[in-house]
Every structure is written in C-alpha cells, then in structure tokens.
Design a protein around this ligand. Structure first.
Ligand code: AMP
Length: 411
C-alpha cells in the first residue's frame, strides 16, 4: 500500500520519503487509518514490523491538521527503556522534519542539565513527549507538566513495561491525564495481565494482531550444552572461529556482562558492554560505535533484546538461557533481519535445561545441539524433564534437529 492512500498531509509524505520508506508495512496498513479516525487500538506487533512509524505518522498528522493547544502537551508515548525512547525520538524527528511538531525524549540517567531542559519543555507544552515511566512521574509530581489538553496516549512495548514492574507507575501517570483521549497500546505478546491493563486503559479498542511469534526461518539456531565454567572459553573459541563483523552476546545478569566483557577485553577482542549501571552517555556511545561497526562485539543484558533496531548482526550468543520463549525470539531476532542469514547460539547449563526445553516447545521443534570441542572436556547430557505440553517429544534424537543426549564431537 502506498503512503499517499492514507490521505496524510504533504509535509508528512515528504518526511516519509526522506526516511526512504516507499510502501507501508502490514502493521502500518492496518493501524494508520483507524488511528486517523480516532479509534483506540491494541496491537500485538514486534519490533522490526514498522510499528513506530505506524503510530507516529497518524499522530503527527492529527497534530498538524486538527485544532490543538500549542501550550499543552498533545501526545505522550510511554516506553520501557531509555534506548527505545531515544530511538523513537529519532524516528519522530525524521518523520516530522518538514512540520513544526516539537518532541522531547524524557528518560532517567541524565544529569541535572537534562532534567532542567525536560522541565522547560514539559512546562511550556512540547507537542509530543516520549518518556520512560519513572522519569515522567518525577516530573509529574512537581506539578508543572502541562497535560490538561493531552489527546493521545501511546504505550509501546507494553508487555516489557509490565515485566519490568511498571504497572503501578503507568496507572499513576494515567491518573494525571484527561479522561477524554485516544489510547494506543502496542505489545509483542498479549498475556492475561496485558488484557487486564488494556481493559483499564482502552475504550472499545480495535484489536490488531501482527505478531510474528516464530523466529525467521533463515536463522541458524544451535545450542551448546555446557557446564558454567566452560562458557567463557567457549565464547572465545566461537568468536575466533570465523571473522564475525557484528556480534551481540546476551547475558541475563549484569554481573555476567561485566565478567565476560573483562575477559574478552583482556583477550583483545573488539568489544564493549551495555547494562543499566552505565551512564546514559556511555550507553549511547557504545550503541553508536556498534551500529557504525567500529565495535564488533557487544555484550549486553536484556535491555537490548527488544525495541532496538540494529541491522546486519551476524551472530547472537545467548550466554544464559532467556527467561521465556518470547525473550528468546526477541534476542535471536536481532540477527537475520532484512532477509539475510544469521546465527544464534545458546549456552545451556544443567539448571537451565528445563527452561530451554520450554523454549523448544514454544518454537515447536528442538534446537540442534552443537558439538562442544573435545578440548573443553566432558559436557552434561541434555536431559530436561518432559515439558507440560510435549511429553518429552523433543528429547532423545527423535528429530533430525536434535543430536539427543550428550553433545557430539567428543566420542
Ligand atoms: P520498528 O518496528 O518501528 O522498530 O521499525 C523497524 C525498521 O523499519 C526501522 O528501521 C524503520 O525505520 C523501518 N521502517 C518502518 N516503516 C518502514 C517502511 N514503510 N518502509 C521501510 N522501512 C520502514
């Protein structure tokens, strides 16, 4: 579908073409018109589907074509992480470049100067605010935020916000907003708790489902069944095995990020780390270096698994098994984007086997168990208890995907 078919303002079309978009993605096709018509929406759509532009375009269009109060905030977009706030603000700047719509990203971690800047924008009525919940509450509590005329509320990556424990913060923010407003909720998954949140916030929403709950076919997925102390040497071995240009290693805990990152730095790899202990400036710099390919390897916590759009990653290593299948899909979805091939390796220790079996069940097939080189010594057998739904159907080499039991290459 061509963007001209939505009846968007010329200034917005210019922004779209300047961004290099030619035709609308499926999520854009489905949500732009209903948003323009003023409907509430609940959409399951993952990062990479074009969902950011899907809500920004109609919102910008409404702001510039309908009467609005210039001294008040018009739209608020609430997101789980600072990185996502910055990324949405950048897309917003691109799409609204030929309009006079103003926007600010409001997130924690900055210095006093950035707080003052945010305060100034929020009290003078910037058009669009993109914020993380905690920081927004800090401003709201001070009483100067001009939201009496707010018309649009957007929750992005809403499942992530609930997972991060932001439910009460969200409800608190919403208690400050005018009751009469248009609400849009985007979420990669739709668990029960999301439906409950939607019931509290949305008004007769149109439900749209674009979620791709399976990883792209072209990702080569393999698992290494290992003991914990074998992980660091195995990461080094993998990284040396091929000339990878862009690698993300995901860890579940920041202690693991720090430890692995130190080891890899000591071994002279082109590597840096991202986790919540780092200053915002540093996080942005690392992300930029990685995007620009100055840095080949990024070791990160889950902070990066959703919502961040980085192209051309050729290898993802799950240093720890992610907590649920959706997280796994998000993490490995960092590779093989835009139809290129990618590889995703997952390290599975004995105590993580159960969790990994559940992921295999969600995928609907076992993940190939790769050979751990002999020099690493014995490795554990893969013997999780049968899962709830599978009756153990993914164990014991019944499928060509599985080597079953012990890893290959040592006998
Ligand atoms: P998102 O799912 O919003 O994170 O978007 C994923 C990527 O797709 C971003 O790099 C967008 O700039 C890009 N994108 C969004 N809409 C389009 C479109 N209609 N055509 C081409 N690229 C797009």
């Amino acid at each position: 579908m061509n963007f001209t078919e939505f009846g968007l303002d010329e200034r917005i079309l210019e922004g779209i073409y300047a961004m290099g978009y030619e035709t609308a993605t499926p999520v854009q096709e489905q949500v732009i018109l209903p948003i323009l018509q003023g409907k509430d929406i609940i959409a399951s759509a993952q990062t990479g589907t074009g969902k950011t532009a899907a809500f920004l375009l109609p919102i910008i269009n409404k702001i510039i074509t309908e009467p609005h109060d210039e001294h008040n905030i018009n739209a608020m977009i609430i997101v789980p992480t600072r990185e996502l706030a910055v990324q949405i603000a950048q897309t917003m700047e691109g799409l609204s470049y030929f309009t006079s719509v103003s926007c600010i990203a409001v997130y924690g971690g900055g210095d006093g100067a950035s707080f003052s800047l945010e305060k100034k924008a929020l009290s003078s009525g910037v058009d669009v605010v993109i914020c993380t919940p905690g920081r927004m509450i800090a401003h709201l509590n001070m009483g100067y935020v001009k939201m009496q005329a707010l018309k649009y509320l957007i929750l992005d990556e809403a499942d992530r916000m609930l997972d991060m424990g932001f439910h009460d913060d969200l409800m608190k923010i919403i208690s400050f907003l005018p009751k009469q407003r248009q609400n849009l909720l985007f979420s990669a998954t739709m668990p029960m708790k999301m439906r409950e949140l939607a019931r509290k916030i949305l008004h007769q929403p149109l439900e749209i489902n674009i979620a791709v709950s399976k990883p792209p076919e072209q990702i080569v997925q393999e698992a290494f069944v290992v003991y914990e102390p074998q992980k660091i040497p195995l990461v080094k071995e993998i990284l040396r095995s091929k000339d990878f240009q862009s690698v993300i290693v995901f860890c579940s805990k920041k202690q693991n990020v720090k430890q692995l990152s130190n080891e890899l730095k000591r071994a002279n790899f082109s590597i840096d780390e991202i986790h919540s202990d780092l200053e915002q400036d540093k996080r942005e710099q690392v992300l930029l270096d990685f995007r620009n390919k100055k840095l080949k390897i990024l070791v990160a916590t889950d902070i990066l698994s959703r919502g961040i759009d980085i192209e051309d990653i050729d290898l993802v290593i799950n240093y720890d098994v992610p907590n649920d299948g959706e997280d796994y899909i998000h993490r490995i979805g960092r590779t093989a984007r835009a139809a290129s091939e990618g590889t995703a390796y997952t390290f599975v220790t004995e105590r993580e086997q159960q969790k990994f079996l559940q992921i295999e069940e969600l995928l609907g097939h076992p993940v190939t168990k790769a050979a751990v080189p002999e020099k690493f010594g014995p490795t554990p057998a893969y013997s999780p208890r049968p899962g709830r739904s599978g009756g153990g159907r993914f164990q014991g080499g019944r499928s060509h995907h599985s080597s079953g039991g012990r890893t290959k290459g040592r006998s």
